[in-house]
Design a protein around this ligand. Structure first.
Ligand code: ZN
Length: 486
């Protein structure tokens, strides 16, 4: 097959089709499993997810969280204890009603999230103030009966999910936890080259059972926001119905304050969508299954010598701790380039007879399509430098999307004009707090309330500035953002 015949058209300007195609041709997910929205993790896609998970584990372990693993099935009786929570999830739950041929006395549900699985047990684990804070997390699959159109990693029915659950002796300590969560997000976002906004959700859009919810939102090239994660303050909303109490230093029993922090496989979706191009995906070096691919340039009579040198290079780089693949398939180099570009390997290394004679290697960066000659003797320094350069460039480009994708608008007319001019993205404006105004703003702009932007990662405060409500013009300091979202 010639390269031309193999070419699959990837046109990122048609983002939605591009995304679906690139997921498929890069071999990130197998969508042909016969249940809608339940995809198979392929070896390559699963490796990427595992590297992301290991970054999350590193962060959780470093901040004193302990990993747990709770059962998938939750009894209906436990699920029903917190009323708002049930209301929020009722329509999305899968039920198990039979065990073999017998109808179960108490139906079981597949966890949509694990509050109602964990908290009956937390009430046994937490006894005294010495048990606090209790900081746990798990990385498991969760299930939601999505009725909207599904999309790999972005909207699925079986979700690879990270959830941290914590218990505290006071509201202040729970707030401190939320600031820690924001700081964790900062480090994870940097490793994955994903910029994001921390946005406090409006009352009507907060997590079922939460006192408040902070959404972690990024902006996709389609100019729609994608929620990557969420952080919730529960106060005593769950500890009361689930009876999670501790004996304080005052010898009295008190209900715990609780928080959660969740992220999902959407991180993979964001990486694919934000960094990829018309040649395929581009993976940040920290999570790339292969950071380097070695392509031997084979010449007549020198084949064995080149292959031998390529293997030496492979072993040397592996010993240095890099994730490297040697592509010694019997194919033309051009065809191999094409394959690894689709899969997004950050650096391609070419080694041929002339390079071996001169003691050089060719490094080709996936993100810029540039090539450079490096000295074989500088391998470690050059390899580190190249990975850092790709990492920095991917983050820089993604930050540019977000920076260009947020615009300040004062009035509804200006907002409508701006959107009519062909610009799309997140609109930042002011809101007086009246529901009627919110409704008119959403209708007029054909965008929904994302919420209230937070100052910077970790401060825990909403952005305030003097202005006027976008709809009614009343003076207010409340800043809001509106967008189209996934
Ligand atoms: Zn108003």
């Amino acid at each position: 097959m010639s390269d031309d015949e193999r070419k699959i058209v990837l046109d990122k300007s048609e983002f939605s089709d591009w995304y679906n195609n690139v997921v498929e041709v890069a071999g990130l997910s197998e969508k042909r499993y016969p249940v809608k929205g339940m995809n198979v993790w392929t070896p390559y896609g699963w490796k990427i997810m595992q590297f992301i998970d290991s970054i999350i584990r590193r962060e959780c372990d470093a901040t004193g969280h302990e990993e747990v693993n709770f059962p998938l099935l939750i009894p209906k009786t436990e699920f029903q204890k917190e009323k708002d929570h049930i209301k929020g999830f009722d329509a999305e739950v899968y039920w198990v009603t039979h065990g073999g041929l017998n109808e179960l006395d108490v139906p079981l549900l597949l966890r949509p999230t694990s509050e109602t699985a964990m908290y009956p047990i937390f009430s046994l684990w937490v006894r005294s103030h010495n048990d606090l804070p209790l900081k746990t997390y798990q990385i498991v699959n969760t299930f939601r009966y999505e009725t909207k159109m599904t999309r790999s990693f972005i909207r699925v029915r079986e979700i690879h999910f990270f959830e941290a659950h914590t218990c505290h002796d006071s509201f202040e300590d729970a707030e401190r936890q939320i600031r820690e969560d924001c700081a964790i997000m900062g480090r994870v976002g940097k490793d994955l080259c994903l910029p994001y906004l921390l946005i406090k959700r409006p009352e009507w859009d907060k997590f079922a059972g939460a006192v408040y919810t902070i959404g972690v939102d990024t902006l996709m090239p389609s100019m729609k926001t994608l929620q990557l994660g969420s952080i919730h303050q529960y106060r005593e909303n769950f500890s009361r119905p689930y009876d999670i109490k501790y004996e304080g230093q005052d010898a009295q029993f008190h209900y715990c304050h609780q928080t959660t922090y969740g992220m999902s496989e959407r991180l993979v979706g964001a990486i694919v969508g934000i960094h990829g191009d018309d040649k395929g995906v581009i993976l940040p070096p920290n999570i790339a299954p292969f950071q380097f691919v070695i392509i031997p340039i084979l010449a007549k009579d020198r084949t064995e010598m080149v292959l031998e040198e390529a293997k030496k290079l492979l072993n040397e780089m592996r010993e240095m701790g890099y994730r490297v693949k040697l592509d010694d398939r019997d194919q033309r180099p051009g065809s191999k380039h094409y394959d690894w570009e689709i899969k997004g390997v950050p650096i391609r290394i070419e080694i041929g007879p002339r390079d071996i004679e001169k003691g050089t290697l060719v490094f080709a960066r996936r993100d810029l399509s540039t090539k450079s000659f490096i000295k074989r003797s500088d391998l470690k320094v050059e390899a580190d430098r190249a990975l850092n350069q790709v990492q920095d460039e991917l983050l820089r480009r993604a930050q540019e999307i977000v920076e260009k994708g947020v615009r300040d608008v004062d009035s509804l007319d200006d907002g409508i004009k701006l959107l009519g001019s062909g610009w799309d993205g997140i609109i930042r404006t002011h809101w007086c707090g009246e529901m009627d105004c919110a409704g008119e703003m959403e209708k007029g702009l054909d965008r929904t309330f994302l919420g209230f932007p937070m100052n910077d990662a970790g401060s825990g405060e909403e952005e305030k500035s003097p202005g006027n409500c976008m709809f009614c013009g009343r003076p207010t300091e409340t800043v809001v953002m509106l967008s189209k979202s996934y």
